[in-house]
Design a protein around this ligand. Structure first.
Ligand code: SAH
Ligand code: SF4
Length: 359
């Protein structure tokens, strides 16, 4: 089987092609001019194109289906070389831009990528967990999701976008490949997405948070906290039995972060489980030592689930309590909920609607 060119960092490609500056050219053609065939790289000698073609393929993923939401978000189902499928989502966000003393809001694309086929962590509320774990994605398979979406939507190469590692899988359970993908995505001759525009979300594997911190990649971190006491958290997320809340907060405190940025905490609200003001009070206490920002997410119900979505009023009261205590907190809107693209709804299957759009 051919190797994926997208698995190569610039340095690695520079050791393969001669002279090494050709690696930069190849990166530019692939990531900035969106070529899908080595034969189209007209600045390369024919022999080099043939050599590349012999050894590599540019197609680490192919689009099996896509589905657009009313809010312009779009869910992609990608087929991998071994026929597994993964999902990624293009989300249209509004982002505050500071322009002198004026703050304007700008449309901003965010791409949510998968890091594994399935997931081992098995959280009780998560759809991805249902399908079990199949395998890790390679760095190139992660990078390919961003490139394929950018190319498919004809997003201009120079348009900056954000990447969140919040699709299928636990990124810290595939740290080596995810770290490599962060590097390849940020390469200035490639997609040039600064690590500060990349957010890795984790269920909280404390020792891996430490390892990632020591790598000093400049990436942002989001912790899927979801509960303020170990008993509740262990019921929702079995990983908490191995790495409890205290160990996560400890690891997070040592994580290097840009002073202008904050550590993000995802808090999935489930009716009657963790949505009381008492929980909000304990959350404030827990986050006290950190420069934190809390994202409240309403539980997205799925079939065969015992959990319920919280009332809007209880989410707002929770948010108000945090804000009054000086903790930055937003209620994250569920985007793409009509296409099952919202958090926790990604899994390896075609949703009934998608089946009609398979190309
Ligand atoms: N494995 C990583 C990243 C992928 S999950 C993690 O757990 O952080 C991305 C986010 O979606 C996590 O915060 C996760 O807790 C949340 N999520 C999972 N299932 C959900 C559901 N049913 N409703 C809302 N959010 C969910
Ligand atoms: Fe895995 Fe994250 Fe889903 Fe938990 S929430 S099962 S860690 S993908």
């Amino acid at each position: 089987m051919k190797e994926f060119l997208l698995d190569c960092s610039l340095e690695e490609l520079g050791r393969i092609v001669t002279p090494p500056y050709r690696a930069k050219q190849i990166f530019q053609w692939v990531y900035q001019r969106y070529v899908s065939d080595f034969g189209d790289i007209s600045t390369l000698p024919k022999a080099v194109r043939a050599e590349l073609n012999e050894r590599f393929t540019l197609n680490a993923v192919s689009i099996a289906a896509k589905q657009k939401s009313v809010d312009e978000s779009e869910k992609y189902l990608f087929r991998l070389a071994d026929d597994h499928t993964i999902e990624a989502v293009l989300l249209l966000m509004r982002e505050a831009q500071e322009d002198g003393d004026r703050v304007t809001r700008q449309a901003q694309w965010t791409i949510c990528v998968s890091t594994q086929v399935g997931c081992k962590i098995g959280c009780a509320f998560c759809m991805t967990a249902k399908g079990g774990f199949k395998r890790d994605l390679s760095a190139g398979e992660i990078v390919a999701q961003v490139l394929a979406i950018k190319r498919d939507r004809q997003i201009p190469p120079e348009k900056s976008l954000n990447v969140v590692y919040m699709g299928m899988g636990e990124p810290l359970d595939n740290l080596e490949n995810v770290a490599k993908a962060i590097g390849i995505l940020s390469c200035e001759f490639g997609l040039h997405i600064s690590p500060r525009r990349q957010t890795l979300s984790t269920s909280g594997i404390s020792p891996k948070i430490e390892t990632l911190g020591k790598m000093n990649l400049g990436v942002l971190l989001a912790i899927s906290l979801h509960a303020i006491d170990d008993e509740t958290r262990s019921k929702l997320m079995p990983i908490n039995k191995a790495y409890n809340i205290e160990s996560i907060i400890d690891a997070t405190r040592r994580f290097p972060i840009d002073l202008r940025k904050r550590m993000m905490f995802e808090y999935l609200m489930i009716k009657g489980v963790n949505d009381s003001i008492d929980c909000a009070r304990k959350l404030v206490k827990l986050l006290n030592p950190l420069r934190a920002k809390v994202n409240l997410i309403a539980f997205n119900p799925r079939e065969e689930s015992n959990f319920e979505r919280p009332d809007r009023a209880s989410m707002e009261a929770f948010q108000r309590f945090l804000l009054d205590c000086g903790v930055l907190c937003v209620i994250r809107q569920s985007r793409g909920i009509d296409i099952d693209a919202a958090c926790g709804q990604l899994r390896e299957r075609l949703s009934p609607l998608l089946r009609h759009t398979v190309s």
